[in-house]
Design a binder for this molecule. Structure first.
Ligand SMILES: *[C@@H]1O[C@H](CO)[C@@H](O)[C@H](O)[C@H]1NC(C)=O
Ligand SMILES: *[C@@H]1O[C@H](CO)[C@@H](O)[C@H](O)[C@H]1NC(C)=O
Ligand SMILES: *[C@@H]1O[C@H](CO)[C@@H](O)[C@H](O)[C@H]1NC(C)=O
Ligand SMILES: *[C@@H]1O[C@H](CO)[C@@H](O)[C@H](O)[C@H]1NC(C)=O
Ligand SMILES: *[C@@H]1O[C@H](CO)[C@@H](O)[C@H](O)[C@H]1NC(C)=O
Ligand SMILES: *[C@@H]1O[C@H](CO)[C@@H](O)[C@H](O)[C@H]1NC(C)=O
Length: 286
C-alpha cells in the first residue's frame, strides 16, 4: 500500500517535471507546402527544413497550444499576420529564411514568449509593436540581418539575458544612442554592456568600426539649440543678402531716375522754342 502510494507519488512527480521542463520537440517534419491546419494539442511544431515561402501566422496561433515553433531553414520570404494575435508561444525559431520585412504588430501580443531567433534573414527594420507584450523575453537573436536601428524598447525587457547583434549594418545615430541610454536605466538582471557590448557601428563613416559603447551621446546628438542655429544661420545670411541686394537696386534706380530728370530738365531749358513749335504744329494739324 505504502509502496503503491510511493510509486504514484513518483509518477506524479515525473509527470509534473515533464510539464515544468516544458515541451520536448520531435525531429523535424519536412513539408513541401504550407499546412492549412496543424495538429491540435501538440506543444511543439518542428517544420525546420521545409519549403514554405509564404506563411500564414494565424495557423499557429488560432486556438492552438503550441509552445515551441521551429520554422528555421524554411525558405520563408513573407509572413502574414491577422492583427495582434495572442498565443501561448514561448520559443519561436525563424532563423535562416529570406525575410526582408516583418508585418506590423508581428509578435506584439505574446505574453509568454521567452526566446526568438530571427538570425540569418534580410530584415531591414523591426516592426512597430514588436515584442510589445513579451516582458519575459530572455533571448533575442538578430545575428546576420540588414538592421540599422535597434529600437530602444528591446533593451527595456527586464529579463533579457542574451542579445545577438553581430552581422548587421548598425547606424550609430542619435536615436540608437538615446535608446541605449534609456536601456541603461532599466532594472534588468543583465548589464547593458553584456547585451550590446559587441554592437559595432558601420555608419556614420566617422564612427565605422567603433563599438557603440565607446560612442557618447555628444558624438552623435547635436544639441537642439545648435541644430536650430545651423538651420537658421544660413537663412539669416541669405535674407540679409537679399535685403542688401534690394536696397542696392533701389538706390541704383533712384540714381538713374535723378540722372534722367536732370537730363530732361536740361533739355527743356536748352530748347524751349522747339517744344513750342511742336505744340503749334500739332494745333495746326487739328
Ligand atoms: C527540429 O528538428 C531539427 C532536425 O530534426 C533539429 O535539429 C532541431 O533541434 C529541432 N528543433 C527543436 C526546437 O528542437
Ligand atoms: C526558395 O524560394 C524561391 C522563391 O520563392 C525559389 O525559387 C527556390 O527554389 C526556393 N528554394 C527551395 C530550396 O525551395
Ligand atoms: C480560427 O479557427 C476557427 C475554428 O477553428 C475559425 O472558425 C476561425 O475562422 C479562425 N480564425 C482565423 C483568424 O483564422
Ligand atoms: C502564459 O503562461 C501562463 C502560465 O504558464 C498560462 O497560464 C497562460 O495561459 C499563458 N498565456 C497564454 C496567452 O497562453
Ligand atoms: C530592481 O530590482 C530589484 C530586484 O528585483 C528590486 O529589489 C529593486 O527595488 C528594483 N529597483 C528599482 C529601482 O525598481
Ligand atoms: C563579443 O565578442 C567576443 C569576441 O568576438 C565574444 O567572445 C563575446 O562572447 C561576445 N560577447 C557578446 C555579449 O556577444
Amino acid at each position: 500500500m505504502v509502496c503503491q502510494r510511493g510509486a504514484l507519488l513518483i509518477l506524479m512527480f515525473v509527470v509534473n517535471m515533464g510539464l515544468v521542463c516544458g515541451c520536448v520537440c520531435p525531429a523535424a517534419t519536412i513539408l513541401s507546402q504550407f499546412p492549412s491546419e496543424v495538429p491540435a494539442d501538440v506543444c511543439c511544431l518542428n517544420y525546420s527544413g521545409s519549403a514554405f515561402s509564404h506563411v500564414h501566422w494565424s495557423v499557429f496561433t488560432n486556438e492552438t497550444n503550441i509552445v515551441t515553433l521551429d520554422l528555421s531553414f524554411c525558405n520563408i520570404s513573407s509572413l502574414h499576420t491577422s492583427d495582434k494575435d495572442v498565443s501561448s508561444l514561448q520559443k519561436v525559431y525563424l532563423g535562416h529564411n529570406r525575410l526582408t520585412v516583418l508585418p506590423r504588430e508581428f509578435l506584439a501580443g505574446q505574453p509568454n514568449l521567452t526566446e526568438l531567433d530571427l538570425s540569418g534573414n534580410l530584415i531591414q527594420e523591426l516592426p512597430e509593436g514588436f515584442l510589445q507584450a513579451s516582458d519575459g523575453l530572455q533571448k533575442l537573436n538578430l545575428y546576420g540581418n540588414q538592421l540599422r536601428l535597434l529600437p530602444g524598447s528591446v533593451l527595456q525587457k527586464p529579463s533579457l539575458q542574451t542579445l545577438e547583434l553581430d552581422g548587421n549594418p548598425w547606424d550609430c545615430s542619435c536615436l540608437l544612442l538615446e535608446g541605449l541610454e534609456e536601456g541603461r536605466k532599466v532594472n534588468r538582471t543583465a548589464e547593458l554592456e553584456d547585451l550590446v557590448g559587441n554592437l559595432t557601428c558601420v555608419s556614420p563613416r566617422f564612427l565605422a568600426g567603433r563599438t557603440v559603447l565607446s560612442v557618447t551621446l555628444r558624438d552623435v546628438c547635436r544639441p537642439a539649440a545648435l541644430t536650430a542655429l545651423f538651420i537658421v544661420l544660413p537663412l539669416l545670411i541669405l535674407s540679409g543678402l537679399a535685403a542688401l541686394l534690394v536696397l542696392w537696386e533701389e538706390e541704383e534706380e533712384e540714381r538713374t531716375n535723378i540722372k534722367h530728370l536732370k537730363k530732361e530738365s536740361f533739355q527743356l531749358q536748352q530748347r524751349p522754342e522747339a517744344s513750342q513749335q511742336a505744340e503749334t504744329c500739332s494745333h495746326g494739324a487739328e
